[in-house]
Design a protein around this ligand. Structure first.
Ligand SMILES: N[C@@H](CCC(=O)NCCCC(=O)O)C(=O)O
Length: 260
C-alpha cells in the first residue's frame, strides 16, 4: 500500500517586492510531523476558490492545518475590525473550504495553533485578537530572544475535558503544553466540544461533536520535537492512525467499485 498522503495547506506570503514575489510556504516541522509517521506531504496552495478541491480531496487521507504567523481575518468571524498583524486571506479562504470538506467527507484532520482558530471560526465562533489583553488571561505569545527549546517548551498547564477525545487518547486529565499565539478562541463555535482549557480559562483545544473521523484542533504545537514528548507523539500518532484507516477504507471502496 502506498504511503498515506497528508495535505499541508500553505500560507501565501510576499517575500519580494515584485508582483511575482509571492510564495506559498509551510513550516518545515509540520512536514517532519508527516514524514516522521510514514506519510507523504501534499502541499496545498492557498488558491482559495480556484483550488482544485476534487483532486486534493481524492488524493489525501488526512489534512494537517498547521500554524502560521498570520492571523485569521476578522471578516471570517463577522467582525468589521481591519485585523491585527499579518493577514493571509488566501489561506483563510482555502482552509475554510478544505476543513468544511473534510468534515463532510469524514477525512481526518488535525488543526494546530492557527488551525484550531480556523476550526472555531468555521463553526461560527470568534477569536480574541489579543488574548493577553483579556482580563485574567496569561500572555500566550511566543517568548522572543530565547532558544527554540525554550520558546517551544512546555509553559502552561491545560485541563483535559473528562471523557473527551484528548482525555481518552492521552489518559491524563492535565498536561503541560507550549504556547506561541497572540490570538485565541473567544466564543466557541456551535458543534464543537471543548477538549482542553488553560489554567487561565483560555480554550486550548476543541473537537467536532459527532465527527465521522478524527477532527481535533489544538492551540499548542505538538509537532515541535514530538518524539521527545509522549502526549505530542500520541496526538499526532492518533491523527496518522486515523488517516491510515481512512486510506484503507478508500482503497477498499475503489477495489469494490472496480470489481462491480
Ligand atoms: N497567528 C496566530 C496563530 C499563531 C500560530 O499559528 N503560530 C505559529 C507560529 C509559527 C509556527 O511555529 O508554526 C496567533 O498569533 O494566534
Amino acid at each position: 500500500m502506498n504511503k498515506p498522503m497528508i495535505g499541508l495547506p500553505l500560507c501565501r506570503w510576499q517575500l519580494t517586492s515584485r508582483d511575482i514575489g509571492w510564495f506559498h510556504l509551510v513550516g518545515e516541522k509540520y512536514i517532519h510531523a508527516v514524514t516522521g509517521f510514514g506519510a507523504f506531504p501534499l502541499m496545498i496552495p492557498a488558491f482559495g476558490d480556484d483550488l482544485d478541491m476534487e483532486t486534493v480531496l481524492d488524493s489525501v487521507s488526512g489534512i494537517m492545518f498547521g500554524g502560521s504567523l498570520s492571523n485569521v481575518h476578522p471578516s471570517c468571524y463577522g467582525d468589521d475590525h481591519p485585523g491585527l498583524g499579518l493577514a493571509d486571506q488566501p489561506r483563510d479562504a482555502t482552509v475554510l473550504r478544505l476543513m468544511r470538506a473534510c468534515i463532510e467527507r469524514g477525512i481526518p484532520f488535525l488543526g494546530i495553533c492557527r488551525g484550531v482558530q480556523e476550526l472555531n471560526v468555521l463553526y461560527g465562533g470568534t477569536l480574541h485578537r489579543e488574548v493577553h489583553e483579556v482580563e485574567g488571561r496569561l500572555d500566550h505569545r511566543e517568548v522572543k530572544d530565547v532558544p527554540d527549546d525554550v520558546a517551544y517548551g512546555p509553559i502552561h498547564k491545560v485541563a483535559l475535558t473528562e471523557g473527551g477525545v484528548l482525555h481518552k487518547l492521552l489518559g491524563e486529565r492535565q498536561i503541560e503544553v507550549n504556547s506561541l499565539h497572540g490570538q485565541g478562541i473567544d466564543r466557541l463555535g456551535e458543534g464543537l466540544q471543548v477538549e482542553a482549557v488553560c489554567e487561565d480559562g483560555q480554550i486550548e483545544a476543541v473537537s467536532v461533536i459527532g465527527a465521522k473521523a478524527f477532527a481535533v484542533g489544538v492551540q499548542w504545537h505538538p509537532e515541535y520535537r514530538y518524539w521527545e514528548k509522549a502526549d505530542y507523539n500520541a496526538l499526532i500518532g492518533a491523527f496518522h492512525e486515523a488517516a491510515r484507516e481512512y486510506q484503507a477504507k478508500k482503497l477498499e471502496r475503489r477495489s469494490e467499485a472496480a470489481l462491480a
